[in-house]
Design a binder for this molecule. Structure first.
Ligand SMILES: Cc1ncc(COP(=O)(O)O)c(C=O)c1O
Length: 366
């Protein structure tokens, strides 16, 4: 028997997650010193000062295992959001949460409804657990199409992923639409609302997924410290869900799934509400500058509630390459007619706008 026979054959057609280009790769290729990596929806600033101080202080204790229950962090999240402690789960990035939720509920043949284009991890977890893909296109505003998702429900639907704001488009569905949706979803279906970017939202019609968590209803709200809190490198995400599901996940997760540095940094990050407000306001301001650049250049884009902007172009490969030559890394989607540009600091925005103008001067309209 060969190794090929030992490895699960259904893994053969799957592809690993493809991260965006790293700044060092582009620096080598372009010969430029200043490289802007705007391809992974990261925050341009480092962690908040209290988190850095706390992380530095804990480094000499790395001989000890982490608190396997992440008690302090879970307690703080519970207090902050008014959710009972038993309904708070902390994970190695929200990525792990999405996978654990799927692992807890999916049997082979179960159907999973998810929006598309959206976060690549949804189809990945469907593959991992041998479930059936039910991909639903976005609505006219490039948000999750809640009515079409309802129309796709069957007896075999087990799970629905919603992404709000949606990655990569940044568009949201509103409170009214969500209420209609939640009223119509049958009890045999778990709804996972992925709110990785909720802290950036400024539109008042945005629905808070937590409003639907009553401890009984099959709903999960997934969030992360990777985005506005700048802790992407530490991997710490969290979710709110009924206690029965939290208990099931506790049986599946690794015993020490969130490391000590991550727990401490996340704990202290939660105190800095003023910095979160500042980051949200700055993100909003920079997006508006970028929109005005796109308007000037005649580039079509989706108005975003997140820290990135989705632009539509019939020449994605040329624009992507052109921006790389200018030292700006954006996210491409193969041959799909779109690119996603992350929002950075005011200095980053100035460089991004200059790069788009240079590419437009070379390529003409795109
Ligand atoms: C919609 C969405 N959900 C979840 C994540 C995962 O975040 P993390 O695993 O870093 O918490 C991302 C990251 O880009 C995302 O875009």
């Amino acid at each position: 028997m060969s190794l090929e026979d030992i490895i699960r054959p259904d893994l053969e057609p799957l592809v690993p997650y493809a991260p965006g280009l790293r700044a060092s790769q582009v620096r080598e290729r372009s010969g430029r010193d200043v490289i802007l990596k705007l391809s992974s929806n990261e925050h341009p600033c480092g962690p908040v000062p209290a988190a850095i101080t706390a992380m530095e202080a804990v480094l000499h204790r790395m001989n000890r295992y982490p608190d396997g229950a992440a008690s302090a962090l879970r307690w703080k999240l519970s207090e902050k959001h008014g959710v009972p402690l038993e309904q708070v789960v902390v994970t190695n990035g929200s990525n792990e949460l999405l996978r654990l939720v799927a692992q807890a509920v999916l049997r082979p043949g179960d159907e999973v409804i998810y929006p598309w284009p959206s976060f690549i991890v949804y189809p990945m977890v469907v593959n991992i657990f041998g479930a059936t893909h039910v991909k639903v296109g976005l609505d006219g505003g490039d948000a999750c199409h809640l009515d079409d998702m309802l129309a796709a429900l069957t007896e075999r639907t087990r799970l629905i992923f919603l992404c709000n704001p949606n990655n990569p488009t940044g568009a949201i569905y509103d409170r009214k639409a969500f209420a209609r949706f939640m009223d119509a979803v049958p009890a045999h279906v778990l709804v996972v609302v992925d709110e990785a970017y909720f802290e950036f939202v400024t539109d008042e019609r945005y629905p808070d997924g937590l409003a639907w968590l009553d401890g009984e209803r099959p709903v999960v709200v997934a969030r992360t410290f990777s985005k506005i809190y700048s802790l992407a490198g530490l991997r710490v995400g969290y979710g709110f869900m009924p206690e029965a599901l939290a208990k099931a996940i506790d049986k599946l997760r690794e015993p020490f799934n969130v490391n000590t540095v991550a727990q401490i940094a996340a704990y202290y990050s939660l105190d800095d509400e003023a910095e979160v407000r500042r980051r949200r306001a700055e993100n909003q301001e920079q997006k508006v500058y970028l929109y005005s650049c796109f308007d000037r250049l005649g580039v079509s884009y989706v108005r975003s509630e997140a820290n990135f902007v989705y632009l539509k172009t019939e020449r994605p490969v040329e624009v992507f390459q052109g921006l790389l030559e200018e030292g700006v890394i954006v996210r491409d989607f193969g041959n799909a007619p779109a690119l996603r540009v992350g929002i950075g600091t005011p200095e980053d925005t100035a460089l991004t706008i200059a790069a788009f103008e240079a590419v437009a001067a070379r390529l003409g309209a795109f």
